[in-house]
Design a protein around this ligand. Structure first.
Ligand code: ZN
Length: 432
């Protein structure tokens, strides 16, 4: 095509129309590009916001850790019998660093670590072994030890966490057992155990609890600056709805003695009888003696009370019958469980009282059997044992907790304290 031909071509109206279409297309295109550009800019702004957010920091940590950096960060959960030395060896830390650290922490008495706690380790990988950059571990609930090694500078610091006391009210209905329901509610195990001990004189946790029973606990927690629970304090109030009745217990301190009392000022702790038999004479006490039948020296792990055959024997505290049967050298034997701590046992009985059998509940002072001489016995007597936490102890020397009732001044102070506690619980319940 020569020049004339081109000008002829453009002069034709059909091609003018195509040109116009093309121009419109470019206009639309450039508008779209500028729109997309500003959109990208907006995205970038959002992205920089995202860069500064915590979410991204986690991602960033992840990326940094997976990049080819010689630094490695670990969080190690301490196992039984672990030592700092053992743990550092697991991470192939140079023996120089291990020696430096272990001598320093031994010198400063900071080498005790505890199973279940977390150790944070930052190391730098080198050709053969690793260098410690920093090491942080707790030595108790409020103190972290922080060790840093920078070139040849070695520093060791104790960071004491500032803990705040928080009061908390938690409650739940019991689904299958108290422990699981309490754990599910977020109650710490040591508080659950203390709670069970408080109610152990009144409630048999294996037999009395029915689905739908409930509990409420008002206690103290100690939290760090991040609101993480570091420790628990005392139980201030607790209640249980069980056996179709509600039992509430209040923490009350009088004459420097802390205890739990019901709404009438009665101590939850009921005494066990030292002598669960009337008109008996202590014939053999707890301790080593020559066994009257076996003939050799043996630790007598109970107290003997001589009494005529048929003399009634009482339950030394309210309890559940765990055993009522012939048992080894004990002859006719009864084992009672009073609470999580105490059990009592009665041997050589002539017979059991009517209705006394396994799983039956008995009250303090209720007759459970009669003196006899069954089993390894030389004459009618009651062999009585007090068992605390599974260990047989001398019932006559043990300072058994007393079942006291607050009176006079103590009672008045208790009433004031009880009302204060009730008011605080009501507030805490509202704020839940
Ligand atoms: Zn005995």
């Amino acid at each position: 095509m020569n020049r004339t031909k081109i000008s002829n071509f453009l002069n034709q109206p059909k091609y003018l129309f195509y040109f116009f279409i093309l121009a419109v297309f470019f206009l639309v295109y450039s508008l779209a590009v500028s729109e997309i550009k500003s959109y990208i800019k907006l995205k970038e702004n959002n992205f920089s916001f995202f860069l500064n957010s915590n979410k991204f920091n986690n991602v960033k940590d992840y990326i940094v850790e997976n990049l080819n950096s010689p630094y490695r960060k670990y969080s190690y959960s301490v196992k039984n019998n672990d030592t700092i030395e053992k743990i550092l060896k697991k991470y192939n830390v140079s023996s120089d660093d291990i020696n430096n650290i272990t001598t320093e922490i031994k010198k400063k008495k900071l080498s005790n670590i505890f199973a279940g706690t977390e150790i944070k380790i930052l190391i730098k990988e080198e050709s053969e072994t690793n260098k410690i950059i920093s090491l942080i571990y707790p030595i108790n609930v409020i103190t972290d030890v922080e060790i840093k090694i920078n070139k040849d500078e070695f520093s060791i610091n104790q960071n004491i966490l500032k803990l705040n006391k928080k009061e908390i009210v938690l409650s739940n209905t019991i689904k299958n057992n108290l422990y699981n329901s309490a754990v599910e509610t977020g109650i710490e195990p040591n508080i659950i155990i203390e709670f069970a001990n408080m109610f152990g004189y009144e409630v048999d946790f294996q037999r009395d609890i029915r689905t739908g029973d409930s509990f409420e606990i008002y206690y103290e927690r100690y939290v760090d600056e991040y609101n993480i629970v570091k420790n628990t304090g005392k139980i201030i109030y607790a209640s249980m709805f069980v056996n179709n009745k509600e039992l509430s217990l209040y923490n009350f301190k009088f004459n420097n003695e802390m205890g739990y009392y019901d709404i009438d000022g009665r101590s939850v702790i009921k005494t066990l009888m030292k002598t669960p038999i009337n008109g008996a004479r202590l014939s053999s006490s707890f301790g080593f003696r020559k066994h009257p039948i076996l003939g050799f020296n043996k630790l007598h792990q109970g107290t003997d009370f001589a009494a005529p055959t048929g003399t009634p024997i009482m339950a030394s505290g309210s309890a559940v019958v765990i055993m009522a049967q012939k048992y080894k050298g004990y002859g006719n034997y009864i084992l009672l469980r009073h609470n999580l701590t105490y059990e009592t046992a009665y041997g050589h009985m002539f017979k059991f009282a009517k209705g006394i059998k396994k799983n039956v509940r008995v009250n303090q002072g209720q007759i459970i059997g009669y003196v006899g001489s069954t089993g390894l016995s030389t004459g009618p007597h009651l062999h009585y044992e007090v068992i605390a936490n599974g260990k047989k102890i001398n019932s006559q020397r043990l300072k058994l907790p007393t079942g006291k009732i607050l009176d006079n001044e103590a009672r008045n102070k208790f009433e004031v304290e009880r009302i204060k506690i009730d008011v605080r619980i009501a507030e805490l319940r509202k704020n839940k």
